[in-house]
Write a protein that binds this ligand. Sequence first.
Ligand SMILES: Nc1nc2c(c(=O)[nH]1)N[C@H]1C(S)=C(S)[C@@H](COP(=O)(O)OP(=O)(O)OC[C@H]3O[C@@H](n4cnc5c(=O)[nH]c(N)nc54)[C@H](O)[C@@H]3O)O[C@H]1N2
Ligand SMILES: Nc1nc2c(c(=O)[nH]1)N[C@H]1C(S)=C(S)[C@@H](COP(=O)(O)OP(=O)(O)OC[C@H]3O[C@@H](n4cnc5c(=O)[nH]c(N)nc54)[C@H](O)[C@@H]3O)O[C@H]1N2
Ligand SMILES: [Mo]
Length: 762
Amino acid sequence: MSKAPRDDFDEDELTVGHRKEWAAGVPGVQWAMKVSLEQMGPARTTRALLKLNQKDGFDCPGCAWPEKEHRHKAEFCENGAKAVAEEATKRRVQRDFFAQHSVAEMAGKTDWWLGQQGRLTEPMLKPAGQEHYRPIGWDEAFDLIAGELRGLASPDQATFYTSGRTSNEAAFLYQLMVRGFGTNNLPDCSNMCHESSGSALNEAIGVGKGSVTLEDLEAADLIIVMGQNPGTNHPRMLSTLETAKQNGAVIVAVNPLPEAGLINFRNPQKPKGLVGKGTPLADDFLQARLGGDLSLLLAAGKLLIEAEDAAPGTVVDRSFVEQYTAGFEDYAEHVRKLDLDDLVTGTGLTEAEVRSLADRLLASKKTIICWAMGITQHKHSVATIREIVNVLLIQGNLGRPGAGVCPVRGHSNVQGDRTMGIFERMPDWFLDKLGAEFGFEPPREPGHDTVASIRAMRDGQVTVFMAMGGNFVRATPDSNLTEAALRSCRLTVQISTKLNRSHAICGETALILPTLGRTDRDRQRTGEQEVSVEDSMSRVHRSKGALEPPSEQLLSEVSIICRLAERLVGDVVKAPWPEFEADYRTIRARIAKVIPGFDDFEAKLAQPAGFALPHAARSREFPTKTGLANFAVNELWYPQIPAGRLLLQTIRSHDQYNTTIYGLDDRYRGIKGGRRVVFVNAADLIDLGLTDGAMVDLVGEFADGVERRAENFRIVTYDTAKGCAAAYYPETNVLVPLDSVADISNTPTSKSVLIRLDPATP
Ligand SMILES: Nc1nc2c(c(=O)[nH]1)N[C@H]1C(S)=C(S)[C@@H](COP(=O)(O)OP(=O)(O)OC[C@H]3O[C@@H](n4cnc5c(=O)[nH]c(N)nc54)[C@H](O)[C@@H]3O)O[C@H]1N2
Ligand SMILES: Nc1nc2c(c(=O)[nH]1)N[C@H]1C(S)=C(S)[C@@H](COP(=O)(O)OP(=O)(O)OC[C@H]3O[C@@H](n4cnc5c(=O)[nH]c(N)nc54)[C@H](O)[C@@H]3O)O[C@H]1N2
Ligand SMILES: [Mo]
């Protein structure tokens, strides 16, 4: 088993400075320009940034935050520009690179180094028993994959991953091919991301997506931002929050870390943002402990119900609750019985802080709750999100302007991919319609999600792994186990834009299929093509690449699927694959026939701002089992932290996009020149007898008794909630046990890993 490389930069270079309280100011844009110019040169930089998020341009490959209908000339943020520079770089990985570097050598490099090599340029094969990739023709590659898949005893011996940058068109064809082949093994990055949100929201309101629009946020009285770091991960959200605040909204941040941006924000797109101190966004900052949100929400619900009991008719929206919801009485009875002191203990806050949240809710007529990974990656995430819904339902905060649920998605089309059927458990109505449209019988047995796929590879039940984008081996938990699982495969296939660790930790036979990215021109037989994507608020819009692709040999994701599908399922699925490839409008015409909300797709897509998919809850329709919005009874639970231990969360620095490392700084947290740092509360350091700057190993302690170790981290004293530490992902994925998952959603608990700190291994 390979040890993940420590770092190929000098840890002595690492410096720790002051934490920044503001975010997204002038230095942000300057930084973006510096990276852009370095990677793309002046001409490409100008062209790329002018087309970013414009109506005739491409959708930002950064986050899934929606664009405003009336866009700024420059509708992008620092980190959007970095995402573009990373993809539109002029650097290239050519065949001589692979001749020079063996697979083992590549596995010894850091994620950062691998990404810095540039764009992939031609299909490559690593034959069984050999140590180097060599060039292979496209036809030969497709024949090899189809042959290997057809040779399996069962289609369920293969699994097909998707990452959330894939367009709607490519995702729709991919799941069609996979189901035509005969399996529902369609794991995706969402399984590690907002799966908990989908699980809870489907059950509670009948739709697994957020219910609010940008206009709702701008009209809200109260916006609670829980478990999210928008200053780094959704910078454009700060502009929306700024507008909301100017319109009178109160903003409350709940987070173990005081993240820059929520505290102070300088809008670089407005002249006034260029000077002065900017807008303090959060009115209240509740520094809750990791996993304390369920306690906090239960307490808020309890205090609301008690306020109603004290003055009946003043708090609960009776007509809403009676007409549209189920389970209110059981819920109210449950929270009345909970002990406030127990709840307060679970939050890590003071009782006054807990009460302040209830007071904010009482004072608000229109409340929105936003959340991201700080809420979804815990054992009790689904219960926590059910509780978010409970608290909103009490006051009727669903299905009216200025109110609702706002799970903030990560990857720019992760929501669209799910709409297109990338899911191991699509409902029967979808499979019925898909089968009827394409004249075949889709498999009905639910497939493997991400965690189940890893287990199946480990156990020898899955032997072929294919990925439409992403970096599976790095994004997933339990790195050592997962690496061994992938290496045990007969064949691994990666459809990728850039080099990453999943190309180095591969099956016996391995293929790299290089593809066009969002920014690249996509020319097909009938002309230049555009694709469609769906943002976090269910708006679908077009995206068209503007730059010359890095190599003439690249195929689009759609082309790759069409050519493989024709060989693999040409006799099963009645689909005109060559026509789909030549003209993406023909794919959209089929999407319109299978998936609700896409009728008149082509015409609606031509509108400058695209169109919104229907969301039942917006009009107070709740397609749940009861036909109503469901209150849920959630038992109080929060992670316990034994003496001498810390609870670790694994987070993103300001200089990375998931497993893609842009650089080695985390400007807002004061870190420069390195990534192997662990942020620890000063009082915890005293309790543990450790000092700032000391080098330690992070050692995971999990019920299975396996000792998981991430070596050589420097302690940084930091303002984090007591008992709660933080370090960057993916260096710490080795510590997340495969079997430590959220109840129901099966999401790895990346924000809740029990560790101890040992002196560093020399
Ligand atoms: N530049 C950039 N943009 C990105 C990404 C990126 O890597 N880089 N990734 C994209 C993707 S795929 C996603 S999913 C999103 C991720 O966006 P985020 O969810 O903002 O990303 P994380 O860095 O995981 O930050 C989690 C936040 O939740 C807090 N938190 C952790 N645990 C708890 C808890 O128990 N309770 C509370 N209340 N807070 C908690 C952490 O302190 C941190 O502020 O961003 C997307 N956008
Ligand atoms: N410990 C820990 N683990 C986590 C998380 C965490 O917070 N902590 N977060 C989880 C979350 S929220 C997510 S979403 C996952 C992310 O998991 P993934 O989506 O699998 O990972 P990424 O790093 O986003 O994938 C980057 C790779 O995608 C490829 N790529 C980029 N653009 C394109 C494209 O347009 N087409 C194709 N075909 N390929 C492309 C490039 O080769 C690049 O190297 O990680 C999860 N893992
Ligand atoms: Mo994500």
